[in-house]
Design a protein around this ligand. Structure first.
Ligand SMILES: N[C@@H](CCC(=O)N[C@@H](CS)C(=O)NCC(=O)O)C(=O)O
Length: 243
């Protein structure tokens, strides 16, 4: 793995057990603009796990990468002591279970735990695809797609308020939690998308959601892990021009 880019990244020194004891035992294959990879980086940093980062060129996927995720052929892939794990939500759960002596990403109680997983799943199944539809459409079709997103966000807002009355499920106490990672890694990029498409992605009707996202954006770890705004904007604008 000569192309491995050493990528820091922990807020405190990990214990030997946490980092597996040897350099290179945790390797993340990702790409800088991927919100799914940001999720994994956030979880690794929160748990204080040292890792190496390999930037994968998705236009020319390496044989090594394809051998690690032969089913979906997508980033992120986490390799832990030579074993590969794919799919960001599954990787988050793996990290939570494997490094279970450090801070927790998920609530301890099974019921709120299940609810957090439910809303993370809703976000990935319903909301993430609607961002792609907005990005890939124009004019009236885009207006309709933005309205559809607003309705999905309304369901999300109402569901969160009902399931977590008077508390934020996005943080575990003061610390970013599983749902905060899942939502924030994606939605905190909304300004770059707004600027690229020239329309506000999150409607005025979803002020609640916007306030949650802005709270997540203010979290220092989120700020240092998200892709840089200008670089992302340039990437999105180039994508739009080429379609
Ligand atoms: N459901 C997957 C989605 C991952 C995904 O879509 N990754 C994109 C980058 S953002 C990718 O690798 N695309 C390459 C391809 O589709 O060939 C997850 O949660 O990990």
């Amino acid at each position: 793995m000569s192309s491995i880019i050493k990528a820091s990244r922990s807020n405190r020194k990990p214990t030997e057990r946490e980092n597996g004891g040897k350099k290179g035992e945790v390797v993340l294959f990702g790409t800088w603009a991927s919100t799914f990879c940001t999720r994994v980086e956030l979880a690794l940093k929160l748990k204080g796990i040292s890792y190496e980062y390999v930037e994968e060129d998705l236009t020319n996927k390496s044989e090594l990468f394809l051998s690690l995720n032969p089913v979906h052929k997508k980033v992120p892939v986490l390799v832990h002591i030579g074993k590969s794990i794919a799919e960001s939500l599954i990787i988050l759960e793996y990290i939570e279970e494997c490094w279970n002596t450090t801070l927790k990403l998920l609530p301890e109680d099974p019921y709120p735990r299940a609810k957090v997983r439910f809303w993370a799943n809703y976000y990935d199944q319903k909301i993430v695809p609607s961002f792609y539809i907005i990005f890939g459409s124009k004019d009236k079709e885009r207006e309709k797609a933005i309205e559809d997103l607003s309705q999905l966000l309304k369901v999300f807002e109402e569901g969160i308020e009902k399931d977590f009355p008077g508390q934020s499920p996005f943080f575990n106490g003061e610390i970013l939690g599983y749902l905060g990672i899942v939502i924030g890694s994606h939605a905190c990029n909304y300004q770059a998308v707004d600027e690229a498409i020239g329309v506000a992605l999150i409607s005025e009707k979803n002020q609640e959601f916007l306030s949650w996202v802005n709270a997540l954006k203010n979290c220092p770890l989120m700020g240092e892990t998200l892709p840089p705004h200008d670089k992302l904007l340039a990437r999105l604008s180039a994508r739009l021009k080429s379609t």
